[in-house]
Design a protein around this ligand. Structure first.
Ligand code: XMP
Length: 329
């Protein structure tokens, strides 16, 4: 509504006043709603002084890179450099099974790649980037201290944010955080005004470490990532076809590092087990597992075993949070 239009105009004015005509501004796009809306807003204000980067860490979902790049370029006209760093990430992750270690490695690699992007830009344009855009939301910042006069209270449950912190330290970048007084639903409203496609704004949350925390154990084992991408895509597409996507908070598949015996045709198989996870939630802090109809589950399981080589068994996760977490790692 008009309130969001005003907030947008106000933000654009502030950013225009802040960023000088010669200043470089950089931004890392994750493919998520927050960084996309933040970058689109800043681009509205300062045009091609904004330079975005999207890192393919090799842990993205089926066709994810192509899909988000298409949205950035075709729908939003955002200038974005795509860095394919899959090999680097995967070689660092080889043999690593501890979930927190995976996160640490991924975080460290990301910073190093972002650093290189910034330095390359500096060399090419012969000046240092001055600002960094981040899609920080209000719930990410209130935990410590609500901005005075923001009118916000602590009524929302706060999740410790995995993505905050850890960006190039030696560059002395000033932060631009145009969403830092907004809640998620307000960011979506802003996104709508900025022509971010509706389907993009409604995407389920996706963790920064990506499929690394959905392949249990070593992410580089066999063709685990490839199998997981296919299974996940079938599951998500079936959920969309059934019209259930928007009522579910998050849905995804998990690759289990075990094999079980099955029979396909007249062949005995010894193949992988995959798990399906779908939950409803308000904020990710607590969650309930989602009740699919039996017919839906039956169709999905058949489709997966019929079309994904190397999978002969599908199970569903029927635990809520607590005692489980949403992700398996
Ligand atoms: P859990 O598994 O803790 O997840 O119940 C709660 C929400 O947080 C997401 N999640 C992450 N997001 N980096 C992220 O950016 C992470 O390391 C991470 N771990 C979990 C999860 O997908 C869910 O939405």
């Amino acid at each position: 509504g008009w309130k969001m239009e005003n907030i947008l105009d106000e933000e654009i004015k502030v950013i225009k006043g802040m960023v000088g005509p010669e200043d470089l501004v950089i931004c890392a796009l994750s493919g998520g709603v927050d960084s996309t809306v933040a970058a689109t807003l800043v681009h509205r204000a300062i045009g091609d002084r904004l330079h975005c980067v999207f890192v393919d860490n090799g842990l993205l979902r089926y066709k994810e890179r192509e899909r988000v790049i298409e949205t950035f370029e075709r729908d939003l006209h955002l200038p974005v450099t795509c860095v394919d760093a899959s090999e680097r990430f995967l070689s660092e992750l080889k043999g690593v099974v501890d979930p927190e270690m995976k996160r640490k490695i991924i975080g460290k690699e990301f910073i190093s790649i972002f650093d290189t992007f910034a330095h390359n830009l500096e060399e090419k344009l012969e000046k240092k980037p001055a600002y960094l855009v981040q899609g920080t939301l209000y719930p990410d910042v209130i935990e410590s201290c609500p901005p005075p006069g923001s009118g916000r209270t602590h009524s929302h449950t706060i999740k410790s944010h995995h993505n905050v912190g850890g960006l190039p330290k030696d560059m002395k970048l000033k932060l631009i955080e145009p969403l830092k007084l907004l809640f998620k639903d307000e960011v979506r409203q802003l996104g709508r005004i900025l022509n971010v496609p509706e389907a993009f704004l409604k995407r389920h949350p996706f963790p920064g470490p990506g499929l690394a925390v959905r392949v249990l154990g070593d992410v580089t084992q066999g063709n685990a990532l490839d199998i997981l991408r296919q299974v996940d895509e079938i599951f998500i597409q079936s959920i969309k076809d059934a019209g259930l996507y928007d009522t579910i908070w998050q849905a995804f598949a998990v690759f289990l590092p075990v094999r079980s015996v099955g029979v396909q045709g007249d062949q005995r198989t010894h193949s992988h087990v995959v798990a399906l996870r779908a939950v409803t939630s308000q904020d990710g802090m607590t969650a309930d597992w989602y009740y699919f109809e039996h017919k839906f589950l039956d169709d999905v399981a058949r489709k997966i075993c019929n079309s994904v080589r190397g999978v002969n068994r599908v199970v569903q996760d029927i635990t809520s949070k607590p005692p489980s977490t949403i992700e398996w790692e």
